[in-house]
Design a protein around this ligand. Structure first.
Ligand SMILES: C[S@@+](CC[C@H](N)C(=O)[O-])C[C@H]1O[C@@H](n2cnc3c(N)ncnc32)[C@H](O)[C@@H]1O
Length: 262
């Protein structure tokens, strides 16, 4: 399987993650230069979880993101569609509930979580709009969503440095430590193809979320997007009606309004 063949076909993405499941966390820690710990801490803080809150970690992989959430005393459900990642996650985190399932068809009833989060997962999902809609559906009114994802540094100097890192340093590191080089080439390509912060904010509004805001981490290499599911029943009703209408591809993909950056 080559990177070009991979595309974002769900079964191929799942098979790719199955193959990297054991060495995945080690390579990631190396690639992020230790920053992944800070990104996870920022995600947990933004979710503002209280003990007993029910939180869904979508695309949880081996559960590294879920473990950070569980430390707050929240009741964590970790979901991933790669059987290999889920098996490794269960082995490493016997205290966390793992569910094998698809972010685009979440196997949970409406309004069943106080918070939903996805770290470095939305970029891999075949249709992120469908996944956002599903996360909206399973969130209780007033519930929080936090998305931690690679993004695009806005400052030219940082951008140039990051591009150089992706082109030269990352391939060298992955060739030393990764169990599957194609997977990390896919990682680099999926990061450059991923939309900018303002576009993801717009997608979140399109899914129905309100109070959408984002914060850049490590100069924008990663962005933390957060929002809430509206509580007002009239607002929810009008969102429900809007979402029943077929979406126009142009409004789904294009940045329209300036985002409220925090
Ligand atoms: C880069 S890993 C992130 C894992 C974890 N959240 C973390 O922060 O370390 C991305 C994960 O997304 C999962 N994934 C991709 N598409 C998915 C989908 N449609 N449904 C569920 N999981 C998916 C992959 O199996 C993989 O485990």
């Amino acid at each position: 399987m080559t990177t070009a063949d991979l595309g974002k076909d769900p079964s191929e993405v799942s098979a790719m993650f199955d193959q990297v499941s054991v060495g995945y966390d080690r390579t990631n820690a190396l690639l992020s230069g230790g920053n992944s710990v800070l990104w996870r801490m920022a995600t947990v803080k933004a979710l503002d979880l209280a003990p007993g809150d029910r939180v869904l970690d979508v695309a949880a992989g081996t559960g590294t993101s879920s473990r950070a959430l569980a430390k707050t005393g929240a009741d964590v459900v970790a979901l991933d569609f790669s059987p290999g990642m889920v098996a490794e996650g269960r082995k490493r985190n016997p205290d966390i509930e793992f569910v094998e399932g698809d972010a685009e068809a979440l196997p949970f009833p409406n309004a069943s979580f106080d918070a939903v989060t996805i770290s470095f997962g939305l970029r891999n999902v075949n249709n992120p709009h469908v996944a956002l809609g599903e996360m909206y559906r399973v969130l209780k009114p007033g519930g929080r969503i936090v998305i931690c994802e690679f993004s695009h540094p806005p400052a030219p100097l940082m951008k140039a440095g990051y591009q150089g890192y992706m082109k030269y340093v990352m391939p060298a590191i992955t060739s030393l430590s990764s169990t599957h080089r194609d997977a990390y080439r896919y990682l680099m390509e999926s990061i450059s193809d991923w939309p900018e912060q303002a576009v993801l904010s717009q997608w979140m509004r399109g899914a129905g979320f309100t109070r959408v805001a984002y914060r850049n981490l490590t100069g924008g290499i990663v962005a933390l997007h957060r929002a809430i599911s509206p509580e007002d029943s009239k607002v929810r009703e009008s969102i429900g009606k809007r979402r029943k209408r077929p979406a126009s591809p142009s409004t789904a993909q294009t940045p329209i309004a300036p985002t409220d950056q925090t």
